[in-house]
Design a protein around this ligand. Structure first.
Ligand SMILES: C[S@@+](CC[C@H](N)C(=O)[O-])C[C@H]1O[C@@H](n2cnc3c(N)ncnc32)[C@H](O)[C@@H]1O
Length: 239
């Protein structure tokens, strides 16, 4: 056997090399899947924002708006900042219930959709296109900062520092982290699986706790029932 051939064979049949090749493939697949998901959600919040409500309706079996409204049970005061307002359903409800909400979202298309929704309801709510990580508001302005089903911007330390800065001394952050299907049916099992593989499963609220405490927020986990689903929320008071 030629020297080069022997070394090739030993590389091909060496269990360590096979394992390394396997994990390389696994890593590559995982990277591909993560990049695909990133692209999918970027498109859903931007170019395909028009399809967001339909997608949200389908993956919640029609309960998306009711899921978001669970956050309202924990809002206090009147000045409420909604981070990542999306198509603006919660802003409409907040305004109708007498709050003075302000909406922030990074997506121009979501801003347009929310504006249209508010206009057609005859409601006036300031909408700001900004990153949650750099909020263009003065210190200690809001009674409540709320975010429903936010993307990872909500666990970014810069966002949490901005939340603490813009909250009043006795203000609070309310985050609807995600939903769990309690039923055993085929659709509930499918959606649970779908949420898991797309990284949308509700994170454990306790995983969020150290980051919140670090910026001076004292969190507690809250569960709310909506039909056969449970919404996991975190309510964090400014220390
Ligand atoms: C999953 S959607 C949730 C929308 C809405 N809250 C709801 O319950 O349907 C996330 C929203 O956050 C916005 N977003 C993503 N990153 C952001 C950031 N860094 N700052 C502000 N908004 C952001 C997206 O444009 C999108 O509208």
């Amino acid at each position: 056997m030629e020297k080069g051939e022997a070394s090739l064979r030993s590389r091909l049949y060496d269990p360590v090399a096979i394992h390394a090749a396997g994990s390389f493939l696994e890593d590559a697949m995982q990277r591909f899947w993560l990049n695909f998901l990133r692209l999918f959600f970027r498109l859903l919040y931007n170019e395909f924002a028009w399809s967001y409500d339909l997608v949200a309706w389908l993956v919640s079996l029609g309960r998306w708006k009711a899921w978001g409204r669970t956050a309202l049970h924990h809002c206090r005061g009147t000045q409420v900042l909604e981070l990542g307002h999306g198509p603006g359903h919660l802003l409409v409800t907040l305004r109708k219930r007498g709050y003075d909400p302000v909406g922030v979202d990074l997506s121009v298309n979501m801003g347009r959709r929310a504006r249209r929704r508010l206009d057609s309801a005859g409601l006036s709510v300031p909408l700001v296109r900004a990153r949650a990580q750099t909020l263009p508001f003065r210190d200690e302005y809001f009674d409540t900062v709320v975010a429903t089903f936010p993307t990872e911007f909500v666990i970014d330390h810069r966002t949490l520092r901005e939340v603490t800065r813009t909250l009043r001394a006795d203000g609070r952050l309310v985050v609807a982290l995600g939903a769990r299907f309690e039923g055993e049916g085929l659709i509930a099992s499918f959606l649970t699986w779908l949420y898991r593989v797309t990284g949308q499963a509700a994170p454990c609220p306790s995983a969020f706790e150290p980051s919140l405490r670090e910026v001076g927020l004292s969190p507690r986990a809250v569960c709310e029932r909506v039909g056969q689903t449970t919404i996991l929320l975190v309510v964090a008071e400014k220390d």
